[in-house]
Structure formats: structure tokens, C-alpha cells
Design a binder for this molecule. Sequence first.
Ligand SMILES: C[S@@+](CC[C@H](N)C(=O)[O-])C[C@H]1O[C@@H](n2cnc3c(N)ncnc32)[C@H](O)[C@@H]1O
Length: 249
Amino acid sequence: MDNPPTVSPREDYGIDAPGVVRANLIFGLAACALAAGMLLQAAIPFGEWGPTLLVILLFIGLSLILTAGIMVHGSRVAKLRLRDRLLAQLPFRGDERLLDVGCGRGLLLVGAARRLPEGCATGLDIWRGADQSGNTPARARSNARAAGVSERIDLATGDARAMPYPAAAFDIVTSSWAIHNLPTRESRQQAVRECLRVLRPGGWLAIADIARIEEYAEALETAGVRQISRSRPYFVFAIPTVILIARKP
Ligand SMILES: C[S@@+](CC[C@H](N)C(=O)[O-])C[C@H]1O[C@@H](n2cnc3c(N)ncnc32)[C@H](O)[C@@H]1O
């Protein structure tokens, strides 16, 4: 059983993929409404296919609504627990320089800053609203204020594929549910190589993401990283999330 997530009531980390949630709800409700209309009144002559169509419509409609519900629960509840689980696996001293790639509204960034009384957590993002509702630097800052860590965070605008930092600039690099948003395997692996470049030798990389963890592990192995672990799958969203932890040689 997980502990309750470390979060104050004023922190708000938004909804991931808000357009997908909205589309699932709209099409799900429409399919259910159509099925209900068929049930209430057989005005449209569906003939012998009527019952089959009804079951298909109900199945599709309820599945879409359930998926939207899982996605909202994932963003509001399950993600927060997994964030704490990921951070608990990193050996914080408390004075590290940490980079969170694709920080969005600061879920991982703020959680990390809580563990860095003497350090600094930098959030890098291109602030793409399609990936998370209201993911602006102002929202990330306001979450950091609510958590009492605003003096320990720093925000920057930049692309994960070409980070605006010199090599070995950070002790820890993290990323949650961000790299899968890049469109191609090559671009996702380029982002992983960038994570490794800006990490100091002996530093830790932690990535939580859906679907693409093996691509990330492959990029790390090709770059000579041998210490790589993957967690079991966690059902935060409709697609399982895996946490990858690696140490730069
Ligand atoms: C689903 S949100 C997750 C945000 C945050 N890490 C969290 O767990 O709540 C994905 C984030 O990745 C950012 N992102 C997408 N493509 C990016 C890129 N090429 N470089 C940097 N950030 C990117 C988006 O703007 C968005 O804020």
C-alpha cells in the first residue's frame, strides 16, 4: 500500500493530454446517448442487426468514458504517488543540481525541490498545451510557491532534443511522461542522449514514461551505460508506466 502523496491542497498539476480526455468523453457520451435512444424508442428500423449494434455502441461508449475517467484519475491521483515512488529511489544528499525535462506544471520538479534544501531544481519545457492543461511557467511557479520551494527552482524554455546546458551540468536528471510526446524514435532517443550529456559522470537519470522505455534503455546502452533498471509496470493511465533508473558511468 502506498503512502499518501506529498502534496499541499493548493498545488494543482493539471490534466495530461486534455484533448484526448475531452475526445474520449464526447465520443463516449455520444455513443451511449445513441444506444439509449435506440433502447427507448425503436423509431429507426435497425432490423435484425439492432441488438448487436446496441451492444457495440454501449461497449464503445462505456470504454471511452472509462478511459477518460482513468486518465483524469491518473493525472489527479495516481501520478502523484508514482512521482513519490520515483523520487524515493534516488539517493538525494540534499545539495544536488537537478534537471527535470518536460517539467510541465512542476509535478516532479516541486517534489524534487522538497528533497533539495541546499540544492536547485531546474525545469525545462516547451510548454505545449496539448500535452498538459495549463502547463505554463507561471503555473509551475505557483505550485512551487504553494509547496514552499520557489527559491529552490529555476524554469527555462527549451527543447529536450537540444538542451541549453553544457555537458555534465547536473547531478540528477529526471523526466516524467514527457519524452513519449516526441514524434519519432530517433527524436526520443536524441532526448535521452541529451539527458545523458548534461548529467555528470556518476549522476543519476530517472525517467517515468508510458510505452517507450525500451527505446530509452537502448539509447543508454548504446551510449555505454551499463547500470540500468526498470520497474514493474504501474497502471497510472490507460497505458502502463515504467520507471527507468540509470547511472552514468
Ligand atoms: C504530459 S506532460 C508531463 C509534465 C510533467 N512532467 C508531469 O509529469 O506532470 C508532458 C510535458 O512535456 C513537454 N514537452 C513535450 N515535448 C517537449 C520537448 N520536445 N522538449 C521539452 N518539453 C517537451 C510538454 O510541454 C509537457 O509539459
